[in-house]
Design a protein around this ligand. Structure first.
Ligand SMILES: C[S@@+](CC[C@H](N)C(=O)[O-])C[C@H]1O[C@@H](n2cnc3c(N)ncnc32)[C@H](O)[C@@H]1O
Length: 329
């Protein structure tokens, strides 16, 4: 999800500079949860917020969860034959992203996960989501059908979802640790988050790329549905990849994105802010800096050179963009 892992050392420094006494930190657009995880490591009481549901499950498993790990029996049970005859994945995604065996595994795994609760359930669901993301070329669910042209021999593309699941659970088990203070999760529009309850707010909002759009539901609809077994979801049956409807917000359109940023900065006017920004996006750097200065006065800009890879290893296009951190105390 435009994961920020390469930026983490720079973010860590920015967070320490702006909130040396630690306290409560909001990761307002948490996505993969990697920045929330960093903040937890730094000793903050983190709130991870995202308007999609699956980032909430991922953050519950890896950030809020201090010490719950699945037992070997749990993992065996989830990988064993189904508890019921559910077949939603097989029926709905036949020939779309995964093999029939992989889809059958998702159905049967969920028949067990549905009987679980608490952080054990979050770890299981987060590991299923991570398994599906790693098994899918490029990790996004906009491409389907014959995916062989994306096959660059990577091990991730050869493992079955069941094998991935077992490994991804182990990944979570290595990552889980007890923080000094409790962390929490919320799922909702950023505008609904209480504005004043924080000592630090990190903003990594959806910038509008110069071409394409910034619709996260389009890219990650499969993970979103999988995180709740599509319960309550309305599938767009006319779409080949069985999408979920877009979530339209002020960040979705070039016409309204500037206003969205203005409101966002206003919302957190009283709190030290760190904002990630990469060049080649809208609003442009000068506009964004101007908007932030208008509300916060003082703004420091730190530049982090960054190389993005698009596509698989064989066909990867590398593009140098400057990743900026805007700090407003
Ligand atoms: C650039 S990504 C964040 C990436 C994250 N920092 C990471 O390292 O993985 C932006 C995130 O904002 C979420 N999002 C988009 N619009 C939102 C809104 N209006 N309110 C809350 N979250 C939103 C998306 O679901 C996506 O996860």
């Amino acid at each position: 999800m435009g994961s920020k892992h390469r930026l983490l050392p720079h973010l860590a420094q920015a967070f320490a500079d702006l909130a040396p006494g630690r306290g409560r930190a909001l990761d307002a657009f948490s996505g993969s949860g990697v920045v929330s995880y960093l903040l937890k490591h730094q000793g903050f009481a983190v709130r991870s917020n995202d308007y999609l549901g699956f980032p909430g499950v991922v953050a519950a498993a890896g950030v809020v969860n201090d010490d719950v790990r699945l037992t070997d029996e749990d993992v065996e049970r989830i990988c064993s034959p189904a508890l019921d005859d559910r077949d939603f994945c097989r029926r709905t995604f036949d020939g779309v992203f995964f093999t029939p065996d992989d889809l059958a595994f998702l159905d049967s795994a969920w028949s067990h996960v549905a009987t679980m609760s608490g952080h054990a359930r979050s770890v299981a669901v987060a590991a299923l989501c991570l398994a599906a993301a790693r098994r899918q070329p490029r990790g996004v669910f906009t491409i389907s059908g014959d995916l062989s042209r994306y096959d660059d021999g990577r091990r991730d593309l050869r493992l079955s979802l069941r094998e991935h699941f077992v490994e991804r659970v182990a990944d979570y088990h290595r990552a889980v640790f007890t923080g000094p203070v409790p962390c929490s999760v919320s799922t909702g529009e950023v505008g609904e988050v209480e504005p004043g309850a924080w000592d630090l707010v990190y903003l990594d909002p959806p910038y509008a790329p110069v071409s394409d759009d910034n619709d996260y539901t389009k890219r990650f609809h499969f993970l979103e549905g999988l995180s709740r077994y599509w319960e309550g979801d309305e599938i767009m049956w006319e779409t080949r990849t069985r999408k979920l409807p877009k979530r339209v917000t002020k960040f979705s359109s070039r016409r309204t994105i500037e206003a969205a940023f203005g409101e966002l900065f206003e919302q957190f006017r009283a709190v030290p802010l760190v904002l990630s920004y990469s060049s080649h996006a809208l609003p442009d750097r000068a506009t964004l800096e101007g908007l932030l200065r208008e509300v916060k006065g003082e703004v420091e800009v730190r530049t982090v050179p960054h190389t993005y890879s698009y596509g698989t290893h064989r066909t990867a296009v590398r593009r140098r963009v400057d990743e900026l951190l805007l700090l407003a105390p």
